[in-house]
Write a protein that binds this ligand. Structure first.
Ligand code: NAG
Length: 553
């Protein structure tokens, strides 16, 4: 009896303790933190407004050519001589750099024409194609091949329509589609064939365009598993068969009807694609759209009235016959956030502001704490606030996942030029990394390390691969996941092409002391995984290995 009583007493005490803990948690959400921040470089010479990780572990970044002199000279005394330039006709500074992750250093690159607010996509052979921009850059196509000495190549007026604030996506055949942009209610392809040497009208982009506010630029575009394109802009979405220019599905308006795209900028991801095992079983695809600004916020912000950002996310199964939005509430409101899919399938929401919108100096209250969203958790325990950083990253900030699981964060320039003083939020030239708590030293024993295959091997659709890895601690075999991530082109809170697939796997076999092997199958088509380079991670109890690069085609 006495034992029982004390047990009950202990349970009651424990519950009280838990209650206390929980209420502290609620009061100090911002302190319920995980992850850590490191300043990588205080000054990379430019403001990282656009970023793309390439398969040599270098990140290509650029700001704008019409920005005046940057803080980094072009190499070898080179100067850009451009009579059409709006700022400096002769500019001997760089507006693009390559960041080398392994040496934490940068190399200046040279762009000829204005890349400001442009868009891009990695290609199936691992280079970067970047399209459009402003002024002399609005019809341009530029490419960058990853190599130690490579630089931008300008391919001239490769676009039919001027593109500024448009979105690119790689397609199953390896070409890319370029959708929308300011006053561009259509799409086109790159490279072009005889039958695609034109633009294809998309009235949806006009219908979602709010006069004087827009709220539909940089549309969120995801390749659905059926090969059609999910296009979300402003407050709604369609499913487009781009091969016939037909809308095959119209999704309901997001509840509340508030805008989610530029300048009322929210962010979006295609959640990790799972259950790819069978070709006949239907693969489900879900999209998550988070943050943005209430209707009318942009015009009010231009008059100095900074409205509170949205704190909601909408989640929708885009493959459902009767798709419906489920709304969720973030712990913090946010506009201009970036959503980064982490190696374990969770989503990091980082950067942005709590009031105002995108635009010159019209946001306030930077949101310094990232939030992690766990898509597979019960709906009341998906969000977790992370450790805040010290540097506001608002309009024109960026975030991309690195091969080692860190998230590279840069940019923020809400000013018309390089303004470092006399403004509320100075132009930011620094680079930081956010290390989610899965990188904490305490998880070293859980962390898998990939032994084989080697990095940069080629795999065909449907190919089986044996992955060997070590893990020093006790292995929970059921928790092993193998994920592949297509690195995206990030600008303006939009990460074009960002995509994760969880590979179907067999049983995990032990093949040596601390050595394990698991057999996986690559997706069976370009509709699931467009051709190109992916980061492949082995994940154990949510703790990821460093990735290897795999080329899928
Ligand atoms: C930003 O810098 C430019 C060039 O130095 C200057 O002309 C402009 O007044 C500055 N803007 C603000 C808001 O200080």
């Amino acid at each position: 009896m006495a034992i029982k009583t004390s047990l009950v007493y202990n349970i009651v005490l424990w519950q009280l303790h838990l209650l206390l803990l929980l209420s502290c948690h609620d009061l100090n959400l911002a302190n319920a933190a995980g992850g850590k921040w490191d300043l990588l470089m205080p000054n990379i010479g430019i403001s990282a407004m656009h970023m793309q990780l390439l398969n040599n572990d270098r990140v290509i970044m650029y700001d704008r050519t019409d920005f005046g002199a940057s803080n980094i000279p072009l190499p070898d005394g080179k100067c850009r001589n451009n009579p059409k330039e709006l700022a400096l006709k002769v500019d001997c500074t760089a507006h693009s750099v390559e960041y080398d992750v392994s040496t934490n250093s940068i190399r200046p690159l040279m762009v000829q024409t204005d890349v400001w607010c442009s868009s891009g996509s990695a290609t199936s052979d691992g280079s970067l194609v970047q399209t459009g921009g402003f002024n002399d850059g609005k019809l341009m196509v530029r490419t960058f091949n990853p190599c130690n000495t490579c630089d931008w190549q300008e391919m001239g007026d490769g676009l039919v329509q001027s593109r500024w604030y448009s979105t690119n996506h790689i397609l199953p055949d390896g070409s890319q589609i370029i959708i929308g942009g300011r006053d561009a209610f259509n799409y086109e392809f790159f490279p072009k064939t005889a039958s695609t040497n034109n633009v294809f009208s998309l009235p949806f982009l006009q219908q979602t365009n709010v006069p004087r506010e827009e709220n539909n630029l940089y549309p969120f575009v995801f390749l659905n598993v059926d090969g059609n394109l999910f296009i979300f802009t402003n407050d709604r979405a369609i499913l487009l068969d781009y091969t016939t220019n037909t809308i095959v599905k119209t999704y309901p308006q997001i509840p509340g009807g508030d805008p989610r795209n530029y300048p009322s900028t929210g962010s979006a991801v295609l959640l990790p694609l799972k259950n790819l095992r069978s070709q006949t079983v239907f693969v489900q695809a879900e999209v998550l759209v988070c943050g943005g600004a209430p209707k009318g916020s942009y015009l009010r912000a231009t008059k100095g009235d900074f409205v509170g950002a949205l704190n909601t996310c909408g989640r929708i199964t885009i493959t459902d016959p009767n798709p419906q939005w489920t709304m969720e509430t973030m712990p913090l409101p946010r506009t201009m956030g970036d959503m980064v899919i982490l190696p374990n399938g969770n989503v990091l929401i980082v950067n942005g502001a709590a009031t105002g919108t995108a635009g010159w100096q019209i946001a306030r209250n930077p949101v310094l704490s990232p939030v992690i969203y766990r898509p597979d958790n019960p709906s009341d325990s998906r969000f977790e606030v992370q450790t805040p950083n010290a540097i506001p990253r608002m309009y024109h900030s960026t975030a991309v996942l690195l091969r080692d699981g860190r998230v590279l964060v840069g940019g923020s320039n809400p000013n018309e030029l390089y303004n470092f003083t006399g403004v509320v939020f100075p132009t930011e030239l620094s680079l930081e990394a956010f290390s989610p708590s899965y990188l904490d030293a305490e998880f070293a024993n859980l962390r898998p390390q990939i032994i084989s295959p080697d990095s940069h091997l080629k795999f065909t659709y449907g190919q089986r691969v044996d992955i060997r890895f070590t893990a020093l601690g006790l292995l929970n075999r059921d928790s092993i996941k193998v994920t592949i991530v297509a690195p995206g082109f990030n600008t303006h809170s939009n990460t074009m092409n960002q995509r994760m697939l969880v590979l179907p796997r067999g049983i995990v076999r032990q093949v040596g002391r601390f050595v394990y092997e698991v057999s996986c199958v690559f997706p069976n088509s370009g509709k699931l995984a467009p051709p190109g380079y992916y980061l492949l991670f082995v994940v154990h109890q949510d703790i990821p290995s460093e990735a290897i690069w795999v080329r899928v085609n």
